[in-house]
Write a protein that binds this ligand. Structure first.
Ligand code: PMV
Length: 320
């Protein structure tokens, strides 16, 4: 039995749209920060049982096509026919709203390959995790991570920009809504690719954002990182509003928080918002401003649930 742990990540420059759905190749490169507060632990054992088995939080679940894809890849690489028993557990601070397929598939890639006796490099693990979920390719690494879009299966992988982050960037994950999102990220991005006239502009600006964001990280410029992340996120969301039919991941509370974030900036505090395929915003700021920002948010929206995150580590094997 092999056990692995991987942490979730927040994209500062988003992955949004597949150029090749079967190969899981994205249109644009993306850049993320791995977070320290939420992780998945997954154990894998290959046995002579008849079928693959998936147990999530102690409950048996159907084996999804994505899970099967990663297990089949591992079997192929190992030259094995054995079936897998996969057990997975999410560690989430109370109501963090941070559940993510990124940590899940990164932990699976590490545990399954080790259980099959493979010794894969981190690049190979990143490619394997990508086959389950695009954002998982980035959770192999800690700190700031760049996923190169690439042109084929072997050239589309993530690598760290800086695994050790030695400046005080903070991410406040705000929970506005715990409900399951109605349009999953895969369906949402493909709707944008096929029906938004703004999609090509998204790809062009996202690629330009990668070099700007890399420079802001090198400069340790938290305000610039936040500014670029907010602009990039809103351009991603513009492709959903401009899809046919149009849709959005914004909830009323998301817009309320965004408005507050803009007000916070008028008070001279650097605070920026990013949002993925769901209504829960993540605020990017300096560690020293966290309590002031939370105080302002709480005064406007009482009983707000939030989780303070800092840069987190890469995926690791917990068994030897
Ligand atoms: O990895 P997926 O297929 O769940 O897609 C993730 C898409 C976003 O979270 C919206 C952006 C990103 O880069 O993580």
């Amino acid at each position: 039995m092999s056990l692995a742990r991987a942490y979730t990540n927040i994209a500062l420059v988003k992955y949004w749209g597949k150029r090749d759905v079967a190969q899981m190749l994205p249109y644009n490169s993306s850049l993320s920060l791995t977070l320290d507060k939420f992780y998945t632990e997954t154990s894998v054992e290959f046995t002579d049982q008849a079928e693959d088995q998936f147990i999530f939080e102690g409950q048996q679940q159907p084996v999804s096509a994505k899970l099967m894809r990663v297990l089949d890849d591992v079997r192929q690489l190992a030259g094995s026919q054995q079936k897998a028993q996969v057990k997975s557990h999410n560690h989430v601070p109370t109501s963090a709203g941070l559940a993510s397929s990124a940590s899940a598939f990164a932990a699976l890639a590490v545990a399954a390959s080790h259980a099959a006796g493979l010794e894969l490099s981190r690049r190979e693990l990143s490619i394997l995790a990508r086959h389950g979920s695009g954002s998982a390719s980035r959770s192999l690494y800690g700190g700031f991570v760049l996923w190169h879009a690439g042109t084929d299966d072997q050239s589309s992988f993530a690598e760290p920009l800086s695994e050790q982050v030695d400046f005080p960037i903070a991410v406040i994950a705000v929970l506005v809504n715990q409900q399951q999102k109605s349009i999953l990220s895969g369906a949402g991005m493909q709707a944008a690719v096929t029906s938004s006239p703004y999609y090509s502009a998204w790809v062009k600006t996202a690629e330009a954002d990668i070099s700007r964001m890399s420079a802001a990280i090198a400069d340790q410029d938290i305000a610039q990182i936040g500014k670029l992340a907010e602009t990039n996120a809103m351009r991603m969301h513009a492709t959903t509003l401009s899809a046919n039919p149009p849709f959005t991941y914004f909830a009323p509370e998301t817009l309320q928080i965004w408005e507050l974030v803009r007000q916070i900036r008028t008070k001279g505090l650097n605070c920026y918002l990013t949002l993925d395929a769901g209504p829960n915003p993540k605020l990017i700021c300096h560690m020293q401003d966290v309590s002031k920002i939370v105080e302002i948010l709480n005064a406007e929206i009482p009983n707000l649930t939030y989780t303070l995150c800092q840069p987190g580590p890469g995926a690791k094997l917990m068994t030897q």
